[in-house]
Every structure is written in structure tokens, then in C-alpha cells.
Design a protein around this ligand. Sequence first.
Ligand SMILES: Nc1ncnc2c1ncn2[C@@H]1O[C@H](COP(=O)(O)OP(=O)(O)O)[C@@H](O)[C@H]1O
Ligand SMILES: [Mg+2]
Length: 251
Amino acid sequence: MVATAIEVHGLEKSYRDLHVLRGVDFDVARGSIFALLGSNGAGKTTVIRILSTLLKTDAGTATVNGFDVATHAPDVRESISLTGQFAAVDEILTGRENLVLVARLRHLKDTGRIADELLERFALTDAGGRRVSNYSGGMRRRLDIAMSLIGSPPVIFLDEPTTGLDPEARIEVWRAIRELAAGGTTVLLTTQYLDEAEHLADRIAILHEGRIIVNGTLAELKKLLPPAKVEYVEKQPTLEDVFFAIVGGGK
Ligand SMILES: Nc1ncnc2c1ncn2[C@@H]1O[C@H](COP(=O)(O)OP(=O)(O)O)[C@@H](O)[C@H]1O
Ligand SMILES: [Mg+2]
């Protein structure tokens, strides 16, 4: 097993005149959570699509689980799962049926047991028999992540896993992602949310104007800023302060 789960060197990609990636470099250690942070349109999904062999690079190299994405695409695909920006679950089926379906498509045995274990792991046991159309956004996204784990891929890509979720659902999804990494899975996630990267990631890289402009742990990133300043703010008296100053007494 290689120690580095993902290696990216000098990745470039243009869509016609639009030079989206201009030399992207980063590595992801096995079993860690790596957040690729960038504003809308920065090129995060483009990076994920290249790493999951859905898109070819113009220049540069990338390996996933030790396999080159350009020359060993089938091995890369066997090593990964991809959860896109929009939940890809079947609405008409129940949560459990969705899981069984994917397990069957992957030619696994004991599909019912696999489904039940995943439902339990993602706190969906009670909801397992209900149609997905009745699920909340957070439940749906958790089911989506559970589906992507069938077959136990060592590397998982989560493209904006919590965009559009309410705060409570985001925390549920964060918990599920942390559990994945605790179990040894390497997680590469993209996000536009600073707090998401801050809460989840072992390392954070900021993609801006086609390049990684910073890459480090949260503590390292914080050191890039000058130390916290102490500011003196003049406090205006409240009506209560005025009242007691005039009439005497009070606090
Ligand atoms: N298939 C495509 N054809 C043309 N332009 C594209 C295509 N896919 C993405 N883009 C453009 O490339 C830029 C980066 O897109 P994307 O990687 O989806 O960014 P992000 O995921 O960070 O929001 C955006 O300006 C987007 O409009
Ligand atoms: Mg995107």
C-alpha cells in the first residue's frame, strides 16, 4: 500500500478559452480528510472529475491509490467512489432498496446484510423501509454517501457534500465523513464553506485562479495571518446607564 493516496502534479485544464486549472499540485495522505476549498467556479469539480477519470487533463499527472489516472483508469475507478454535488438516489425506492440495488450492481453477496449495516452506520435504520422521496436533505445525502461506500473503496471523493443542507443536516453529514476517515478511508472533499473545511479537514488547500495558493493544516493556515489584534471599542451608554446616572442608584 502506498502512503500517499492521491498525488497531483501540474494539472492543467481549459474549456476552450477558459483556462480553469493552471498547474494544480497537492498530495493527500492515506486515511486523511483533505478539503479543496474554493469559490463557485474555481475549478473544484474539474479537479474531482479528472481524479475520477471522467475528464482528461491537458497537462500534468495525477495518481489515485498509486494508479495513474491517464494510463490506469480502470484501476483508479475500482479504487474510488464519487458522490457528486447533487444526491443520486432513486426517489421511488426505499433507502434499503437503494443500497441493495447498488450492492447487486457491484455483484456482491449478502446484499441485505450490507444494506442493513450501512443503514445502521449512517443512522438510517428506522428510515430504511421508507421511500427516499420522504427523506430530509440530510438523510438523502447520508444515504448517498452510504451508497458510495458499497464495495469499500479506499478513496472517496465528495463534491460539495453539504451544499444546500440546513445546519443540522450538515452536522449529521460531517459526522458521517469523520467516521469514514476514522475507518481508514481517504476523503477528498470540495467545499465553498470555510467552516466546513475548518471542522472536518486534516489539511486544507485553497484553489484560486487555477492554482493552489495555500495548503496546510488549519493551524498552519492561521499562522499566515498576523496575530489577533486587540481593538478598543468605545461603548455608547445605554438609556439605562443614562437613567441611573441621573437618578442615582442602579448597578
Ligand atoms: N464542460 C464545461 N464546458 C465549459 N466550461 C465549463 C465546463 N465545466 C466547467 N466549466 C467552467 O469551468 C469553471 C470551473 O468549473 P467547476 O470546476 O465546476 O468549478 P467549481 O466546482 O469550483 O464551482 C467554471 O467557470 C465553469 O463555468
Ligand atoms: Mg463544483
